[in-house]
Design a protein around this ligand. Structure first.
Ligand code: ADP
Ligand code: BMX
Ligand code: ZN
Length: 298
């Protein structure tokens, strides 16, 4: 069906790679997500797409934000340096006049991870209901219900980072108070350290916890506990059989174990098995490519 260039636009980084029909990534590149508004984002996309535009047949995009009608609308604009709305499809097509399919990043990653499900010994599991959770700049997700990816009529399905964690918590960038994202995301972990003599990024907080820093451990534990509670709510709503964890925080050493530890404080019925993303940082790229191939061939 031809060659696809896949892009994964996150709040921290933008990745791009050519994805072969067998799911191999070629020429993977990554740049930091610009925080200077629409013009800077368009320049970053041009930089990643231009070298490939004559080599591929279509473009597949996984992107942070609500993806609807070809536009990216930020639910939490703070994750994109204040950028609230961006004409993603038009921008890409002005760089390369190729067919282009867009999907939310959590939804795309869910789709790739659903195809890759196995029980750990290589056997494909028969799963109807699955959720992917990315704990990254924000907290996002994608839901597979009855073996189908839920996108929703407005692209909103799977925005689990904006379910309630703490009604008395901080205001989330989406305008609601106490969202899971405002407690558990990489940005929230970093924000917890703003009062420290030397504020730290989420990555640094993890390094400090590894070295036994108690404050760092408390912050990570709070994030993991918020994710475990959200998973419990989602299991009750959707009868989830498995959850796949991704994003740089979700994939960080010890995070899955901390979420599982927090699940153990809940009654058995609220616990759902958790695996880390088989495709690690590439779930979004692969999911966008798979989704675009099937949308363009149907
Ligand atoms: P994006 O949101 O663009 O998809 P990431 O999945 O890399 O990007 O998430 C970015 C967040 O993950 C940032 O808050 C960053 O501090 C944090 N992070 C990056 N690397 C690590 C790491 N090794 N351990 C824990 N957190 C990390
Ligand atoms: C936010 C929201 C979601 C996204 C999630 C994870 C914006 C810009 N994004 O909840 O659409 O799926 O973050 O995104 O409102 P990431 O940037 O952490 O990968
Ligand atoms: Zn929110």
């Amino acid at each position: 069906m031809g060659k696809v260039l896949a892009l994964d636009i996150g709040g921290t980084k933008i990745a791009a790679a050519v994805v072969t029909e067998s799911g191999m990534l070629i020429g993977r590149q990554q740049v930091a997500t610009p925080r200077g508004g629409a013009e800077q984002l368009a320049i970053a996309l041009e930089t990643l797409i231009a070298p490939y535009r004559h080599l591929v047949d279509f473009i597949a995009v996984a992107s942070t934000g609500i993806i609807n009608g070809g536009r990216l609308t930020a639910l939490n604009p703070l994750n994109l340096g204040g950028l609230a709305d961006f004409p993603l499809q038009d921008c890409i097509q002005s760089i390369a006049s190729l067919p282009c399919v867009l999907l939310n990043d959590g939804q795309a990653a869910a789709w790739a991870e659903y195809q890759a499900l196995s029980d750990g010994s290589g056997h494909i599991m028969s799963v109807n209901n699955m959720m992917f959770v990315t704990v990254s700049t924000g907290v996002g997700g994608g839901i597979i219900l009855n073996k189908k990816l839920l996108v929703g009529n407005h692209g909103l399905a799977g925005h689990i980072g904006h379910t309630l964690s703490d009604p008395h918590g901080l205001l989330c960038g989406c305008g609601r108070r106490g969202c899971v994202e405002s407690v558990a995301s990489g940005s929230a972990i970093g924000a917890e350290t703003l009062g420290w003599a030397q504020p730290a990024s989420a990555a640094q907080v993890f390094e400090m916890a590894q070295l036994g820093n108690v404050q760092a451990e408390i912050i990570i534990h709070r994030s993991a506990a918020a994710i475990a509670q959200m998973l419990a709510d989602m299991k009750m709503a959707l009868d989830l059989e498995i959850v796949i964890l991704g994003g740089s925080v979700g994939l960080a050493v010890g995070y899955q174990e901390r979420v599982i530890g927090a699940q153990k404080t809940l009654p058995e019925i609220y616990r759902v098995p958790i695996q880390v993303a088989r495709h690690r940082q590439d779930s979004g790229l692969l999911g966008a490519a798979l989704w675009a191939r099937s949308s363009l061939s149907s």
